[in-house]
Design a protein around this ligand. Structure first.
Ligand SMILES: NC(=O)c1ccc[n+]([C@@H]2O[C@H](COP(=O)([O-])OP(=O)(O)OC[C@H]3O[C@@H](n4cnc5c(N)ncnc54)[C@H](O)[C@@H]3O)[C@@H](O)[C@H]2O)c1
Length: 397
């Protein structure tokens, strides 16, 4: 398929590099940038002819099948509206909107136009994420109780991110959108997020928005999703996920320490990996950065879904749910209370209750815990099913 790229900045280059790598067949053939020189440079770098400083021209160009939105957050809605009007399929980067209301309008636009729409949430396509999700869905962790996702780095690379009006917030809108969607996938997308408690502060930078935040999302089945985000973290880009279930645990380190460590006194071209702050001493490069960040898997799913007339793994509806959770997080950071997640449009399950299944030891007792002690004894902690009395049973080695 022929792709029009809207924007020629940081993420547009990551996307184009991924799209043109490994003999892939879908190609960027047109780019829009408000600065024509930047558009021309982008077209030259990726080996195609058509560039423009008029967004409508890029979208409406007859050769274009799919539009990829790589513009700052405040321009996503305008770009989606133009794609809907032109009836061109659209893939939009994260966050979908600055608020749930904005995201909902975008969702409505694509659904009314009947066009394919994908939410470019790359961190739900990393090799480690996909493998862990599959194993969790197959039951390897039992019931998921707690997910924790962390994205922290020394702050973004363009002025507009730091402007609350343009971006819609600070570290939370920028980074927690990833963490929330990672947690939602592990807990189950059909499970309703109920309420959010969040701490956010501006600890370091002279900006209006938060540069550090931690939040808890309570789900209808009793699971809890935690996000930790920061623009104050020093030492690179820290992308880590954890999942705790009744039968197991997953720990993922996506980026900073992937098992590739190198020492240099400072030669070479100096680029190590995204957001790395130094280029000498002991360094933690990333073998295939685009792949570790999920971009190739993401585009494979998007273009295959379009061809197969199915939904991609990450949809505009998912982007809307993430925005609804973020709205509640921003409100909680202000009120310091648990705030409900408000949905104008909920498409998951209703009436899911707190799931808890007690394991039986025998007809009269529940088994709370079983442990082998250092002296070789086996100890069982039991609870009587009727009286509630707690007892222990020791089997000597
Ligand atoms: N992992 C990810 O998925 C990921 C990573 C980084 C950025 N993003 C998202 O990608 C989008 C763009 O971020 P970026 O890092 O590429 O930013 P960037 O600043 O590097 O690039 C933005 C592009 O938009 C253009 N632009 C800026 N203001 C404009 C305006 N007023 N009118 C028209 N064009 C304008 C810039 O010239 C540039 O081409 C954001 O929504 C961001 O959240 C996603």
């Amino acid at each position: 398929m022929n792709i029009a790229m809207l924007g020629s900045g940081f993420i547009a280059r990551f996307y184009a590099t991924s799209l043109h790598a490994q003999r892939r067949i879908d190609r960027v053939t047109m780019v829009y940038s408000r600065n024509k020189d930047n558009a021309q440079r982008f077209a030259k770098d990726y080996g195609f002819q058509d560039f423009t400083d008029d967004m409508e021209v890029a979208i409406n160009h007859s050769s274009v099948d799919v539009v990829v939105i790589s513009l700052p957050n405040h321009l996503h809605e305008e770009a989606v509206a133009a794609c809907a009007k032109a009836k061109k399929h659209v893939l939009c980067t994260k966050p979908l909107g600055r608020t749930a209301a904005e995201a909902k309008r975008m969702l409505d636009l694509v659904e009314e136009a009947g066009i394919f729409a994908g939410y470019l949430e790359d961190l739900c396509y990393t090799p480690k994420f996909l493998k862990s999700l599959e194993s969790i869905k197959n039951g390897s962790l039992g019931r998921v109780l707690w997910t924790k996702s962390r994205e922290a780095h020394p702050g973004p690379h363009s002025d507009w991110f730091w402007d609350k009006e343009k971006s819609g917030g600070g570290a939370m809108i920028d980074l927690a959108c990833h963490c929330i969607e990672i947690g939602r996938n592990y807990i189950g997308k059909k499970v309703k997020p109920i309420e959010v408690m969040c701490w956010a502060d501006t600890q370091v930078h002279p900006i209006e928005a938060e540069d550090h935040a931690i939040g808890l999302i309570k789900y209808a089945n009793g699971a809890i999703g935690q996000f930790e985000v920061s623009w104050c973290f020093r030492g690179g880009m820290d992308l880590r996920d954890e999942v705790m279930g009744t039968e197991g645990t997953v720990w993922i380190n996506n980026f900073l320490r992937t098992g590739f460590e190198t020492f240099t006194t400072g030669g070479g071209d100096g680029y190590v990996a995204e957001k790395t702050e130094v280029n000498k001493g002991w360094l933690f490069p990333v073998g295939d950065e685009a792949h570790e960040l999920g971009y190739p898997n993401m585009f494979t799913d998007m273009f295959s879904a379009l061809e197969e007339k199915r939904e991609p793994l990450e949809t505009f509806y998912d982007g809307y749910v993430v925005n609804a959770i973020l709205d509640a997080a921003y409100k909680s950071a202000e009120t310091k209370l648990w705030e409900p997640v408000v949905f104008e449009d909920w498409r998951g399950e209703d009436g899911v209750t707190y799931e808890k299944h007690n394991a039986s030891y025998d007809a009269d007792h529940f088994l709370i815990k079983e442990e082998k002690l250092p002296n070789g004894d086996k100890k069982l902690i039991l609870k009587h099913k009727i009286s509630g009395e707690l007892s222990q049973k020791v089997t000597q080695a």
